[in-house]
Design a protein around this ligand. Structure first.
Ligand SMILES: [Zn+2]
Length: 430
């Protein structure tokens, strides 16, 4: 068998109310895919996450190790509009026991104050630089002010602009219309400085000098370049809850269900977007920058656990050697969390977090999927090989296939209760 350090998911939402996905379902899917540590960026509230974190630590529940990053401003009675309020919120967040903060962007003076205060407290930080604030505060501003990691990619092309200061928005653009938002995002990397140009190099080198972590979460955008692939993934039939499947359907309400009319033009633009984005990420790694592995599952047809393995495959597509992927999925995440003295590698003195699999994952990352990899055997029969066999977290051994079986039963029960049959968008239900 093959033994690897436990995987770290740097962007793992513990389910969601709208998705109808509870922690028990999510945790089993994560552990079944070798994920022993999760950074939760802004979930159902810090109390909810810290409660699960505590139970996980005591081994009272089946769960990975949790690092809790509170959504900036979460729990505040009033919106945070001044630097002083920002500092106060950051101090309260630390007092509550959070491990860090997840930002979505804010006016410059608020970001500056919050990041400065958070740095003094030596807590981690992540940011999804939402389009709403990115014109005045992009990734470079964040990194200079002390942000430790960025999620996704927004704010990075903006830092790379040379011949504009804002994205080329159509004049009828509406951020709340997600078809607009995601379609225009697909044209964004083409508006940034060209790979290996002076400006592109300068931004990259400065981010690396600031010890800034990139957590790209490629997989969560994959449906943008290939919707068919994402929605027909074979695991949906058995492992996706009916409520989650419904959440994924084209909608003006569910976040990330922006398939109002998603066609060839949008997908082709996104393929180019990926190419430019992947070029940046791979070179960042080559120059010594830290790249981690995160999934952001529960949206856009991406399922917990499975999507993390897909993220590894996409790092491979970006140009990572399989060993570089394993490092991104383990030690790099541990470093970014400030926990590399305890987790992230197989080393005496560290916690016993391992992934055990029967096939060589370097040869084929697909053997890590819960549904295994397809193989034709000596007798010309098609078989499935792999799937994580054991996940070990803090010395506790989990039978990964048993966890998957339990998830399957959970899903079947939910289907039976509402006589649900999984159908594709727009097809009539039987
Ligand atoms: Zn997220």
């Amino acid at each position: 068998m093959y033994l690897l350090p436990g995987f770290i998911d740097m962007h793992g939402h513990i389910g969601g109310v709208a998705q109808g996905a509870d922690w028990e379902y999510v945790f089993k899917l994560w552990l079944a895919h070798g994920i022993t540590t999760v950074r939760e960026p802004s979930g159902r509230g810090i109390e909810y996450t810290l409660d699960l974190k505590k139970k996980s630590k005591k081994n009272e529940i089946i769960a990975p190790r949790i690092f809790a990053y509170t959504g900036f401003g979460q729990g505040s009675k009033n919106p945070i509009t001044t630097a002083d309020q920002a500092r106060e919120w950051v101090r309260q967040n630390a007092k509550k026991g959070a491990d860090g903060i997840k930002f979505f962007g804010a006016p410059p003076e608020i970001m500056e104050a919050a990041l400065d205060e958070n740095k003094k407290l030596d807590l981690g930080s992540a940011c999804h630089h939402a389009q709403l604030n990115v014109a005045r505060w992009n990734v470079l501003h964040s990194a200079r002010a002390g942000l430790t990691s960025m999620e996704h990619w927004y704010g990075l092309p903006e830092a790379l602009f040379e011949d504009r200061t804002v994205q080329d928005y159509p004049l009828h653009y509406n951020y709340q219309n997600e078809q607009h938002r995601f379609e225009e995002a697909g044209k964004l990397w083409q508006q940034a400085a060209a790979p290996y140009s002076d400006h592109w190099n300068a931004v990259m080198d400065e981010l690396i000098a600031l010890d800034f972590t990139l957590d790209p979460t490629f997989n969560i955008y994959e449906a943008s370049r290939d919707l068919h692939r994402a929605r027909r993934a074979e695991w949906h039939e058995e492992y996706t809850l009916p409520s989650l499947w419904k959440f994924y359907q084209p909608s003006k309400i569910s976040h990330g269900s922006y398939w109002h009319y998603w066609g060839t033009e949008q997908e082709v633009a996104w393929k180019e977007n990926f190419r430019l984005w992947m070029t940046f990420i791979n070179e960042y790694k080559n120059r010594g920058g830290r790249v981690t592995t995160g999934s952001d599952s529960g949206f856009i047809f991406q399922l917990y656990g499975f999507a993390y393995i897909r993220e590894m495959e996409l790092l491979r597509e970006a140009g990572f050697h399989p060993l570089e992927i394993i490092r991104a999925a383990t030690l790099n995440g541990a470093e970014a969390l400030g926990a590399d003295d305890k987790i992230g590698s197989v080393q005496i003195g560290k916690r016993a977090d391992f992934v055990i699999v029967e096939e060589n994952p370097l040869e084929n990352l697909k053997v890590l999927y819960g549904t295994g990899a397809i193989k034709l055997n000596e007798d010309n029969e098609v078989v499935r090989v792999g799937g994580v066999k054991y996940t070990i977290r803090d010395g506790v051994v989990y039978d990964a296939k048993q966890l998957l079986k339990e998830v399957k039963e959970m899903v079947q029960k939910a289907k039976d209760e509402e006589q649900f049959t999984l159908t594709q968008p727009g097809q009539l239900k039987k």
